[in-house]
Design a protein around this ligand. Structure first.
Ligand SMILES: *[C@@H]1O[C@H](CO)[C@@H](O)[C@H](O)[C@H]1NC(C)=O
Ligand SMILES: *[C@@H]1O[C@H](CO)[C@@H](O)[C@H](O)[C@H]1NC(C)=O
Ligand SMILES: *[C@@H]1O[C@H](CO)[C@@H](O)[C@H](O)[C@H]1NC(C)=O
Ligand SMILES: *[C@@H]1O[C@H](CO)[C@@H](O)[C@H](O)[C@H]1NC(C)=O
Ligand SMILES: *[C@@H]1O[C@H](CO)[C@@H](O)[C@H](O)[C@H]1NC(C)=O
Ligand SMILES: *[C@@H]1O[C@H](CO)[C@@H](O)[C@H](O)[C@H]1NC(C)=O
Ligand SMILES: *[C@@H]1O[C@H](CO)[C@@H](O)[C@H](O)[C@H]1NC(C)=O
Ligand SMILES: *[C@@H]1O[C@H](CO)[C@@H](O)[C@H](O)[C@H]1NC(C)=O
Ligand SMILES: *[C@@H]1O[C@H](CO)[C@@H](O)[C@H](O)[C@H]1NC(C)=O
Ligand SMILES: *[C@@H]1O[C@H](CO)[C@@H](O)[C@H](O)[C@H]1NC(C)=O
Ligand SMILES: *[C@@H]1O[C@H](CO)[C@@H](O)[C@H](O)[C@H]1NC(C)=O
Length: 794
């Protein structure tokens, strides 16, 4: 580290930038009237980044449908950013071409058809004989006169499809009412306009919104504050790369309200889309992974997308969205599209109400309770003194399908949409109306005594079985701590039992959910249920046994696993104090003292140093963040989830995709395509170190003004070279007991860790020595992307 000076960092950065700009491609980027485009011909933008031509959606199989589109030309994954003939595909490629027509329009022609399949519909083009179409480096297709490059007669950026590229604008013209907006694809194989759109708020607020069927708003960005939208703090320019490379332009005047973003770094491939799932998503191309990585999406839970599960269906989304029909309902016909969950569910037996002599038959409907749900919107309140009145109120109206009573009576009419399984633990109940024949008759109590006896009998038997099983499990797995250290191969049934069928969820990590399990009389454990793993049993066992051999005071211990069929579970020691983020940012009032935090920082470094240097194979953790640091009963930190990147088969794109929303800890080389080394962990550690010492998230809204966001690492990095009054940046309550010397050391180390170039960052071993005061530390330069940002703000 001592040899790595600021100048050498700058130099490597310049070399990097130059290498991006060498060798520009000179391809044909222009379409003219006498050179139509057909077959596999394509236009390629000057810098080679984008291509335009005929394509078939990769997800489409052999649908035989062809579209004109624009896509990224230099990456191996088909990524279409614009489609011309969204809902008018062509079926015979050989007899079609794209050309400039005599009236100066860009048209898609098919042999024997008199009118174009698709046209730009320009009506005021006066220079028809010199019209050309040009694909620009921005991905914008422009129609203009050959000689006049500044005057676009038509451009694809004015007719966006589902993708919002840097430099393209969302807008609403206040005079004409014309909007430029995004509309999702219908499905991954069909670019036709879907049901979701993203546009500037139709009601006039300074925000953008997600709409269902152009009418129902299910997410809004929050108002523009001058540098970001209130609901999208990630967008703030003061956050980490790649956001720091973004610029934004929000315009609100008499003519229009519009919003545009751009990137200052040409090499960064990034795009925003409105996905078929109804989420707005921001993706960045990661060369190292050769994959797109999602780093922002809203609404966070796909269950919050309006109507995503259709009617009478309960939505839950853990790793994947799942829709389940309510009792008494079954899936509506999917019209040959089994993946279309928005079709929802329908009644097995129609309600009696409304079919016959109403007063008599309305009472032949009954209700049953669905618990643990987040109530759907669009309820109507009604006066009702108690739950019976509420039920009657619903029975009295044939369109009423459900009620809820908690002091006030809420009724739902017609199709019930957006019933969600509650993950926040608010646990509401809702009563669903069914035809009486669908439910056992609870009103007649004739058989009560017999039923009672059966229930008591069953209860006794099941308690007996449980006790026996309890003893059995204890015998089978009781030797966990018997000291031989070998890992246990659990049976799935055992894990179901000790976790009470996975009821107490401790958290949801990168690779799946974690549940608390109690091994009778022996230990409490944490059971991680891995999701979406496609690895074979043999490889899984091999990796697990490698991880199981890793023992270190600051690494969480793997006690056992379960592997059968498609099920993959890991059993870890249980950490009573939870994860570090709960203590740093949680509501818990247990503020960690300075010395505890300092010891935690050192402990984590020791755990990582062991992973990096002392294991047989060097293990790069890849996902260091406070959620992955657990604390034992005396607040000794234990690094969790290490080795999981290996478990998923070195598939970096999976590692990255699982990091949704934690891009703030991600080293720049993940995005630039340089090799990933243990220094990537050092970067993440550095970002986390700032949070450990400040006790708050790196990016946080200033308390005083809601409009500005401060980026703590930048404040520190800039303060250090000025002579270091760093302690002034800290909350006194937290840092008060810190010695100025410790504070100075830890701030400098953190800044070294987040240097742009991996070679400039210290190793974990060096970090330990510095934090323990055994090695001096020099003044670090302001890290590159922080510096870019600082310059931009002058
Ligand atoms: C383009 O297609 C149209 C309609 O099929 C046809 O009339 C025209 O000759 C084609 N142009 C070329 C150059 O193939
Ligand atoms: C062009 O006009 C035709 C006829 O009015 C219409 O069907 C088509 O959707 C329009 N195309 C575009 C791209 O607006
Ligand atoms: C276009 O047409 C106009 C008149 O119709 C003519 O004066 C002009 O020279 C033509 N330009 C080209 C490039 O053919
Ligand atoms: C290009 O078009 C613009 C707008 O129509 C016009 O103001 C400008 O003079 C034109 N430039 C040339 C070189 O024809
Ligand atoms: C044609 O009309 C559009 C808007 O209707 C306008 O933006 C464009 O500048 C006009 N083009 C010419 C050549 O007048
Ligand atoms: C976006 O940024 C690029 C690179 O900085 C710049 O060349 C381009 O003009 C910008 N685009 C817009 C619309 O501001
Ligand atoms: C956003 O601005 C509009 C008016 O411009 C205002 O009515 C609305 O309350 C604001 N929303 C929030 C969340 O501040
Ligand atoms: C969407 O809205 C249109 C009217 O704006 C309506 O005709 C159509 O039925 C709606 N679609 C659905 C799926 O409700
Ligand atoms: C899904 O089903 C709904 C209702 O049947 C229908 O309106 C919609 O078009 C279907 N979507 C797709 C992508 O097939
Ligand atoms: C049932 O409730 C709906 C919604 O409040 C109302 O429009 C309708 O008139 C009611 N029907 C009867 C028969 O009361
Ligand atoms: C009943 O539910 C409503 C809506 O969810 C809520 O606002 C209200 O506080 C609840 N009342 C009680 C007594 O829990």
């Amino acid at each position: 580290m001592a040899t790595c000076r600021f100048s050498s960092c700058m130099l490597s950065m310049i070399v990097l930038i130059l290498s991006i700009h060498e060798n520009p491609l000179h391809a044909d980027d222009m379409l003219t009237a006498n050179q139509p485009l057909s077959g596999d011909q394509k236009l390629i933008s000057q810098d080679g980044k984008f291509a335009m031509g005929f394509f078939q959606p990769a997800a489409g199989g052999s649908s035989g449908k062809w579209y004109i589109g624009i896509w990224y030309n230099k990456i191996p994954v088909q990524t279409v950013v614009w489609v011309a003939n969204r809902d008018t595909p062509i079926y015979d490629l050989a007899s079609s071409n794209l050309t400039i027509s005599a009236d100066g329009n860009l048209v898609l022609l098919v042999k024997h058809l008199k009118i174009p399949v698709w046209s730009t519909n320009i009506t005021n083009n006066t220079a028809t004989n010199s019209t050309v179409a040009v694909l620009l480096d921005t991905g914008n297709l422009v129609i203009r006169q050959d000689s006049n490059t500044s005057n676009a007669i038509w451009q694809s950026f004015d007719h966006l499809t589902d993708t919002w590229l840097p430099g393209s604008k969302l807008s609403r013209n206040k005079v004409t009412g014309v909007t430029k907006h995004l509309i999702s694809w219908k499905e991954p194989s069909d670019p036709a306009p879907g049901i979701f759109s993203l546009q500037m708020d139709p009601s006039g607020a300074n925000q953008y919104t997600l709409l269902w069927n152009n009418s129902i708003e299910y997410w809004t960005s929050g108002n523009w504050t001058g540098d970001s939208f209130t609901g999208v703090p990630e967008m703030s320019p003061a956050s980490a790369y790649p956001n720091s490379a973004y610029t934004f332009q929000f315009i609100d005047n008499d003519q229009e309200v519009s919003f545009m973003y751009n990137v200052t770094d040409d090499a960064l491939l990034t795009r925003n889309v409105i996905d078929v799932s109804g989420q707005t998503q921001a993706w960045v191309w990661v060369d190292a992974a050769q994959a797109w990585v999602l780093y922002f999406s809203q609404p966070k839970s796909t269950c919050d997308v309006y109507g995503i599960c259709g009617a009478y269906s309960k939505c839950s989304s853990n790793a994947v969205l799942s829709c389940t029909c309510l009792k008494g309902f079954s899936e509506s016909p999917r019209n040959g599209n089994p993946g279309n969950q928005t079709a929802g569910c329908r009644r097995n037996v129609p309600l009696r109400c409304g079919h016959g002599d109403s007063a008599k038959v309305k009472n032949q409907d009954r209700f049953y309770m669905v618990s643990g749900v987040h109530l759907p919107d669009k309820a109507q309140g009604t006066d009702a003194a108690n739950v019976h009145d509420c039920e009657s109120a619903c029975l009295n109206n044939c369109s009423c399908t459900a009620y809820h009573f908690n002091g006030t009576c809420l009724l739902w009419y017609n199709d019930m949409i957006n019933l969600r399984h509650d993950i926040d633990g608010l646990m509401d109940n809702i009563f669903i109306r069914l035809a009486a024949s669908e439910l056992p008759d609870s009103r007649r109590e004739k058989h009560w005594s017999i039923i009672g006896i059966i229930i008591v009998g069953l209860t006794v038997v099941s308690i007996g079985v449980a006790i026996l099983y309890f003893l059995h499990v204890r015998r089978r797995i009781g030797h966990i701590y018997s000291g031989d250290g070998s890992m246990i191969n659990f049976r799935y049934n055992d894990l179901q039992f000790i976790t009470r069928n996975f009821t107490e969820r401790l958290g949801a990590g990168s690779f799946g959910s974690v549940f608390k399990g109690i091994i009778p009389d022996t230990a409490t454990v944490a059971v991680k249920r891995l999701e979406g793993l496609r690895q074979g049993e043999k490889e899984f066992r091999a990796e697990v046994s490698t991880i199981g051999k890793i023992h270190h005071k600051n690494l969480i211990r793997l006690l056992g696993f379960c592997c059968g069929g498609s099920k993959r579970l890991l059993v870890y020691e249980y950490m009573p104090n939870g994860s570090l983020d709960q203590h740093l940012f949680g509501k818990s009032n247990l503020t960690l003292s300075w010395s505890t935090r300092y010891q935690i920082a050192i402990g984590i470094a020791k755990g990582l140093a062991y992973l990096h240097e002392e294991c047989r194979d060097c293990i790069i953790h890849c996902d260091i963040k406070p959620q992955n640091i657990l604390l034992d009963e005396s607040f000794v930190p234990k690094v969790a989830d290490f080795g999981l990147s290996k478990l998923i088969g070195h598939d970096f794109s999976r590692v990255l995709t699982s990091m949704r929303g934690t891009l703030g800890y991600l080293a720049p080389e993940w995005l630039s395509g340089q090799a990933i080394t243990s220094k990537a962990d050092v970067f993440s550690y550095g970002m986390m170190l700032f949070e450990i010492i400040s006790g708050k998230r790196n990016m946080e809204r200033r308390a005083s003004t809601s409009s500005s966001v401060e980026f703590f690492p930048l404040l520190v990095a800039e303060e250090i070279p000025k002579g270091g009054e760093v302690h002034r940046l800290f909350n006194n309550e937290l840092a008060g007991e810190a010695s100025p010397e410790e504070l100075d050391r830890v701030c400098k180390v953190a800044c070294w860790c987040i240097q742009n170039h991996p070679d400039c960052r210290p190793s974990m071993r060096e970090i330990i020595q510095i934090l323990e005061g055994l090695k001096p530390v020099e003044t670090p330069p302001v890290p590159r992307y922080l510096k870019l940002l600082a310059d931009g703000q002058e």
